[in-house]
Ligand binder design. Sequence first.
Ligand SMILES: NC(=O)c1ccc[n+]([C@@H]2O[C@H](COP(=O)([O-])OP(=O)(O)OC[C@H]3O[C@@H](n4cnc5c(N)ncnc54)[C@H](OP(=O)(O)O)[C@@H]3O)[C@@H](O)[C@H]2O)c1
Length: 428
Amino acid sequence: MTSAPVRVAMLGCGTVGTGVLALLADNREAITAKAGRPIAVGPIVVRDLEKERQAIVPRALLTRRFEDALEADVVVEVMGGTTPARGWILQALAAGRPVVTANKDVMADHGVEVAAAARAGGVDVFFEAAVGGGIPIIRSLKESLAGTRVRRIAGILNGTTNYILTRMSEAGTELRQAVAEAQAAGFAEADPRADLDGLDAARKLAILSSIAFSARVLPSDVAVEGIGGLSPHDIRNGQRFGWVCKLLAIAEQAGGGRISLRVHPAFVEGSHPLAAVRDSYNAIYLQGDAIGDAMFYGRGAGSLPTASAVMGDLIEAVRFLGQPARGLQAAEGRPALLPPGESVSRFYLRLQALDRPGVLAQVAAVLGRYDVNIHSVLQTPEGERSAELIVRTHPVRESSITNALTELGRLEAVAGVRACIRLQPDGL
Ligand SMILES: NC(=O)c1ccc[n+]([C@@H]2O[C@H](COP(=O)([O-])OP(=O)(O)OC[C@H]3O[C@@H](n4cnc5c(N)ncnc54)[C@H](OP(=O)(O)O)[C@@H]3O)[C@@H](O)[C@H]2O)c1
């Protein structure tokens, strides 16, 4: 064992980077023992040299010059975004430096390019922190579960929306107010659209399914619906049936070699382990041929949990430094996708209708015309002339529901289709 320190350049020193420094300081002895050599961080590339920082950040090591980072043995990228992060990661790999990154944007959109650069540079790239923060899901999928054929991934991959849905479920808070509370608690960005619209979850799902299904899955392959249309009223209705509303990211084998990829709100049975994932926690529920069901649960974000994933990768990079790359087995073939319209779900529908004879029959006739098999109907009067109709369906194609809802919306007796929420997939 050589005792010469390994020099680790860090690109970025914000929430995660500062966590990496803190973790290294707290657990230095154990980390050195596990890595086989001491780790010396520096230089640290940042945007603003004058910015106020926590005392743990060694100001003398800060620089704005990326080129300085190439003097180090390993590069840790914790700055985020695509530009300049993507280019810097590629340059570091081309220069033969192993890279550890927490960057889901780069890995989701440019994973194949990054893997190719790593191969060309003869080094490895590690990205455990890019999905699920402190939850060790990437290495589990790549290595521990490599012998299992994954049938389905159902994840709560975005802590911001899970926090918001928890507030809406447990306190009856309106969406807008819940977003404000998430921002005040530090769980939502000033501009939370990528979270609310499901795009953040779609990126993470693309990364996970690329590994699980050995195919190059892109975020644009994922059919996405965010939580913007949800109301506490529907969440409460769901609770009456014993359901909890979650934003699920689902990737599953759909028969014929095709996979279905989607992010959308869904009602989950209260007894399902995913229903117990509250606040900003994340979870990934896996179903595979050999493993059966498994769930990974934990902090999907935050300074130290994410730094924990970065540090695990860094220790591995240091342990294998100078040895032949073990390679990111990035599949380049594109997956065969199930068109979103062919995806099959059970639905909760809420309609506002006139309270008069024959309306239910009209609604049932439209649903029947599009092969929507009704499971149950609950009618509740709303004032003198109006009623709320809650229809639960048996499994039905998305395209059938879409067409049926369009026609229902045209019925004179239906004031509006107020909600359409999927129920948890069969077999989950
Ligand atoms: N925060 C989390 O809980 C979490 C969880 C999982 C994954 N991640 C991922 O981890 C990465 C870092 O997130 P973070 O929350 O730590 O971000 P952050 O707090 O915003 O910090 C970003 C850091 O990168 C630096 N930086 C940004 N643009 C730069 C540029 N053009 N040139 C040089 N430096 C630049 C910033 O410099 P200044 O300090 O000078 O502004 C800052 O130090 C992202 O990819 C994120 O998606 C974060």
